[in-house]
Design a protein around this ligand. Structure first.
Ligand SMILES: NC(=O)c1ccc[n+]([C@@H]2O[C@H](COP(=O)([O-])OP(=O)(O)OC[C@H]3O[C@@H](n4cnc5c(N)ncnc54)[C@H](O)[C@@H]3O)[C@@H](O)[C@H]2O)c1
Length: 377
């Protein structure tokens, strides 16, 4: 099969321009960057851009999203990949340790796992780095005093919030649902747990695909927003017991507990789009893996449910997952590149520990993107 990666890499206009600049400026000369990020074609574009800035790169993946073709491609282009397509948690943790063994100067983290583990085995030369997600920010916020280095949270950029989390995640979760299940959303009752940046996009995309969408939220203000956006904000039991499809996308663990699953109808389809699979707690249910990432879940009362992608991020799980659109990730990864550049060059200091992307970087990336799109017509 011909590779999709050159198309994706070639479609990342912002990263191409930054790469050309980095060829000259070399902000990461003599530095090691360690990462644990989804190893799929868009991240290949990011990591190769950082290499053009002079970095040596050592990369693990995230659980259940690593694509073998991307690993081969990165290795062929000089990235040291220690990640594998594993779905085993202990193997994944061992891969994170191998990244830290290289004592990277910069960490490009995705879920806060690398920074958290760094604190258990610190070394001198870590300058700081970036964190990609909401889940990682939540994990790292309590660790600020110990980290005491610049850690810029790309998730909290308004650009990532609307371009990726809301717009792109909604589309790609819907795309994954269609591709994996081949079921119609038309008229289906879909319940979305979490109405934050991602949940708003998921709810909206299913609604635009003519599903009947309800929202479950713990935050009263977000619940009001869902109501004013025209979604059913039912009580939890009604929303769950009437659903045919349930999507969790909160960043919190145990969002669905075994007692919630007991309320669901037979044959309800479950999917998680939050960063970690622990949003759905299956308790003692029996899980039988099925083709195309559709697991059958048998509850103790005999009820049958289906779980997509093993409960991992449904839009990134499995060998055929496309993930978010190239353009949304080009924007997010341009922010990543500029933030890592800022840390490497000392433009941000320890007072920028687990803080959003500096506004100047947001504005620069936004300006570059609009200029790029305007000149390409
Ligand atoms: N799948 C992807 O491609 C992708 C992309 C970006 C982010 N994410 C992940 O999606 C998750 C959500 O991100 P976000 O940016 O929307 O976060 P957010 O903080 O904007 O929104 C999360 C929402 O979930 C709500 N919530 C928390 N616990 C809940 C519970 N038990 N029940 C119902 N609602 C609850 C919160 O009140 C909040 O409104 C995170 O794990 C993030 O890392 C996934």
């Amino acid at each position: 099969m011909l590779s999709r990666i050159p198309w994706v890499v070639g479609s990342c206009g912002l990263l191409s321009a930054i790469g050309a600049e980095f060829d000259r400026t070399r902000p990461f000369a003599h530095m090691v960057i360690g990462t644990a990020i989804h190893l799929e074609p868009k991240t290949a574009a990011l990591l190769l851009t950082l290499r053009r800035g002079g970095a040596e790169i050592i990369a693990a993946g995230n659980l259940n999203s690593t694509q073998a073709e991307t690993v081969d491609y990165l290795r062929a282009h000089g990235v040291r990949v220690v990640g594998s397509t594993t779905t085993d948690h202990d193997t994944h943790l061992a891969e994170l340790e191998r990244v830290l063994d290289a004592e990277p100067h910069l960490l490009l983290d995705n879920g806060g796992e690398l920074f958290e583990r760094y604190l258990a085995r610190p070394y001198e030369r870590l300058l700081g780095g970036t964190e990609e997600t909401t889940s990682g920010r939540m994990r790292l916020e309590p660790l600020r005093a110990e980290l005491a280095r610049p850690v810029l949270v790309v998730n909290d950029s308004p650009i990532k919030q609307f371009a990726e989390n809301t717009r792109a995640v909604g589309l790609s979760v819907l795309e994954s649902f269609l591709r994996i299940t081949n079921r119609t959303p038309h008229g289906a009752r879909v319940t979305v747990l979490g109405y934050g940046a991602c949940g708003r996009g998921v709810a909206e995309c299913f609604r635009q695909a003519h599903a009947v969408v309800s929202v479950i939220e713990v935050d009263p203000v977000a619940r009001l927003r869902a109501h004013l956006d025209g979604f059913d904000v039912l009580d939890r039991a009604t929303a769950l017991s009437s659903a045919e499809v349930v999507v969790t996308v909160t960043g919190a663990r145990d969002v669905l507990l075994p007692e919630d699953l007991a309320l669901l109808k037979n044959d309800t389809i479950l999917a998680n789009a939050g960063h970690f699979p622990d949003e759905i707690n299956l308790g003692d249910a029996e899980v039988t893996p099925g083709a195309e990432g559709i697991d059958t879940v048998r509850l103790v009362d005999g009820k049958r449910l289906y779980l997509l992608g093993g409960g991992h991020m449904v839009n990134l799980a499995g060998p055929r997952a496309l993930g978010n659109s190239v353009e949304s990730m080009d924007l997010g990864f341009a922010l990543q590149s500029r933030c890592l550049e800022a840390v490497a060059t000392g433009a941000v200091g320890p007072d920028s520990c687990v803080v959003p992307v500096p506004t100047a970087i947001d504005e620069r990336v936004a300006t570059d993107y609009v200029a790029l799109r305007s000149t390409s017509v």
